[in-house]
Design a protein around this ligand. Structure first.
Ligand code: BGC
Length: 471
């Protein structure tokens, strides 16, 4: 590899490095940010939203009944019906519908919710056409964006993330809009609970976790997918911002949706590289969710693209290609967000001779012919980007474990995180790297306890049903 390219790669590796001191500092900063977010009612860019969810306990596994769940939060909209059997198990029927890109931005919330309601009609016709006319089905809505919740079934959208941008919806109650569209279709459905996907994941993993078998307590629900976020149960005295609101007297805790995607928006500890800044600049929520933009599936491919374009502009890669194409590059390289993180998951582990598999993949998926040297550089970059993402992902987990571990001082059970999302589930080595970085931070030092990251399949749907059931 030529020495200029080698030193450009070294520059990125250094700029993205995550060492023990960084992890310790960031974990402490996360702990401080949690308290600030729990004290401040108004959500600003300066701190994590730490949103009270009005879910005041977590399931025991004994809950039962038939519930509907709708899940909107990314590229697919899902509808499910869940029959909770009361013994840690459930039956699930579900349908998945891709959300048309033209409904995600440059449109109205009515267009989006009318699409969503029409899919519920299809689902009910396909799976529940035998229901008694007098029955109204109870539904939980999983809505995976920052929402200021004012009750278990009420919440106003604070801002869109993950590429959605329908300005008329911001500040409005999403349950209201959704119910109006269901009623317009005369569907026998009442939306009685609103939950973030992380809250759903926490609830569903808690329901499925038979702790007598796993010897672990479920303490966090986390998503590492298109976006990233986590929820956990906080003791009520530690949430000053809900002090004055009405709560039943015996309430001891409440699930908090941290919105950790917005950890350190002011970049006090996180890497402030020019490549991260370039990615942020392309998003509709600029200056927000900067932690998410370093970690989650929507942004890893974009980071690679931005770095490759920088290398191209510095004359380090794709020079012959550019000339051979009449001074152009393939549009999947020049246009934002067309290089999917899924491609990185193949590049990451390619061990074929001269990285031939990557060569084919990039030709097919990106229309990008490459030299062996370019492929070596691209694989190195992929690994640098994904390793940083995985190591950063350990920070919120370690901070929350540090915060809650004393509550479990009297038992010998391990801690588990219920997880969902494509990165944690499918990206090669991601989960192990999160665990490795957690070990470096080592919040369980001095105990015999371990941390487990357990996939909560279909977590957000089942969790919304559980929310509806606990109302
Ligand atoms: C949203 C969160 C959500 C996370 C994972 C983020 O962009 O702000 O509400 O939980 O993505 O889906």
């Amino acid at each position: 590899m030529n020495s200029e390219l080698t030193s450009a790669l070294e520059e990125i590796a250094n700029a993205f490095a995550v060492d023990k001191a960084f992890l310790a500092k960031a974990t402490n900063h996360f702990l401080v940010s949690m308290d600030v977010g729990l004290a401040n009612e108004v959500s600003t860019r300066g701190y994590m939203p730490m949103i009270p969810t009005y879910v005041t306990s977590i399931p025991t596994g004994k809950e039962h009944g038939l519930y509907l769940a709708a899940d909107l939060g990314g590229t697919n909209f899902r509808v499910c019906s869940i029959n909770l059997r009361g013994d840690n198990t459930f039956d699930l029927k579900q349908s998945k519908f891709p959300v048309p890109v033209e409904l995600m931005k440059g449109n109205t919330s009515d267009a989006l919710f009318s699409f969503v309601a029409s899919k519920i009609e299809i689902f009910l016709n396909d799976h529940h056409d035998d229901l008694d006319e007098s029955v109204t089905l109870k539904m939980g809505l999983t809505f995976s964006f920052p929402v200021e919740q004012t009750a278990i079934d009420r919440g106003k959208l604070i801002r869109w993330t993950k590429g959605f941008d329908l300005p008329d919806c911001v500040g409005r109650d999403v349950v209201d809009i959704f119910q109006r569209h269901l009623d317009a279709l005369k569907l026998p459905v009442a939306v009685i609970a609103l939950a973030n996907d992380t809250v759903g994941t926490l609830l569903s993993r808690s329901y499925s976790n038979d702790s007598s078998k796993t010897n672990s307590n479920t303490v966090i629900g986390a998503i590492f997918g298109t976006g990233t976020n986590g929820a956990y149960l906080e003791t009520i005295e530690n949430i000053p911002k809900i002090e004055h609101k009405f709560l039943p007297k015996n309430t001891t805790g409440m699930v908090i949706n941290t919105e950790w995607g917005s950890f350190d928006n002011t970049l006090e500890v996180l890497h402030a590289t020019k490549w991260d800044a370039a990615v942020d600049k392309e998003t509709s929520n600029k200056g927000y969710h900067l932690f998410e933009k370093r970690i989650s599936g929507m942004f890893l491919g974009e980071l690679l693209r931005v770095i490759l374009m920088d290398f191209f502009n510095r004359g380090l890669v794709f020079q012959d290609l550019y000339k051979s194409r009449d001074n152009t590059l393939p549009h999947r390289l020049t246009e934002p967000f067309l290089l999917s993180s899924k491609i990185l998951s193949y590049l990451e582990i390619d061990d074929s001779t001269e990285l031939k598999m990557s060569e084919l993949l990039m030709e097919n998926e990106l229309r990008l012919p490459t030299t062996y040297e370019e492929r070596q550089a691209i694989q190195r970059l992929t690994r640098i980007i994904s390793s940083r993402a995985a190591s950063l992902s350990a920070i919120p987990i370690a901070a929350i474990v540090t915060r809650v571990k004393d509550q479990y001082a009297d038992d010998d059970k391990d801690f588990e995180v219920g997880c969902d999302g494509s990165l944690i589930e499918f990206y090669p080595g991601f989960k192990q790297k999160v665990l490795d970085a957690f070990e470096v931070i080592n919040p369980l030092q001095g105990t015999n306890k371990k941390l487990h990251l357990r996939i909560a399949k279909d977590g957000s749907g089942v969790g919304a049903a559980l929310c509806a059931c606990m109302v």
